[in-house]
Design a protein around this ligand. Structure first.
Ligand code: CIR
Length: 255
């Protein structure tokens, strides 16, 4: 959770066509850009260099840069998104990864893996099988992750959850914030888990970035619980990302 860099991407106007499980109205590109700019500033204020890539109109969901890649030990692994409309995002971000990281590794697979399903702790990588990440993809990722010195632990994401990290995030070396649903599935054995209060499940998609835990606006009880547990909490608006099933973690690649 200590990072020197983050890569983000300005939302495209086409974000109005972003994928969502339930249509609660299209996000406003202008308001999304405002919220995104505040997110970029907040990450920068922790002392990190935050790169903001230009929008990609051909890929409505490309603001969610976390999904087409994973950066481990400074190396970028180009993944294979499971959502058909998002597959091209991997090739589209590759040159930027070459430029801003210590090197690119292409995941060679017939399967699928999205970064939203990957939670990295200090010593292991937890990966949740989901509608976007399948066993073939995970097995092909295993050797890459192990070659970088990490253990890969495969867990199941309950079917009603989009991505593993939609409902979980790392708070420190051995603490995870998760929804009761995900916590009860047993995937965090060995970690201390802080559960989101009832009705605040979406707050589980938070990020610990350097000294701060960023939490989405509107989840006061989660923010208070984290504050009481000793974390420095900062609240950010993610109203427009939420309309297309996104949250704080999806908006950056942190390394
Ligand atoms: C999608 O369905 O792919 C986007 N609308 C949301 C992606 C959110 N990404 C994430 O949780 N890592």
């Amino acid at each position: 959770f200590q990072f020197t860099h983050a890569i983000t991407r300005t939302p495209s106007i086409s974000i109005t066509n972003g994928l969502r499980a339930e249509d609660r109205g299209a996000p406003s590109p202008d308001l999304f850009r405002e919220e995104h700019a505040a997110y970029v500033s907040a990450l920068s204020e922790t002392g990190a260099t935050v790169i903001c890539l230009p929008p990609l109109e051909d890929f409505p969901d490309s603001v969610f840069v976390e999904d087409p890649a994973l950066i481990l030990c400074g190396r970028a692994i180009v993944l294979q998104p499971g959502a058909e409309t998002r597959r091209g995002e991997a090739a589209a971000i590759r040159d930027d990864l070459l430029r801003y990281t210590d090197g690119v590794i292409d995941l060679n697979t017939d399967g699928f893996v999205e970064g939203g399903d990957i939670l990295c702790t200090d010593h292991e990588v937890l990966i949740g099988l989901s509608a976007r990440t399948n066993e073939a993809g995970v097995e092909d990722l295993r050797s890459v992750v192990e070659s970088l010195g990490y253990r890969l632990r495969v867990v199941n994401t309950p079917p009603e959850i989009l991505h593993f990290k939609t409902e979980s995030s790392l708070l420190d070396a051995d603490t995870i914030l998760a929804t009761p649903l995900l916590a009860r599935s047993g995937c965090f054995d060995g970690y201390r888990v802080i559960e989101t209060p009832d009705g605040e499940e979406a707050a589980a998609n938070s990020i610990r970035f350097n000294d701060t835990v960023f939490v989405s606006k509107g989840f006061d009880r989660t923010a208070e619980k984290l504050d009481a547990a000793g974390y420095k909490v900062k609240v950010l608006s993610t109203s427009q990302a939420a309309l297309v099933d996104g949250g704080l973690s999806c908006l950056s690649l942190r390394y």
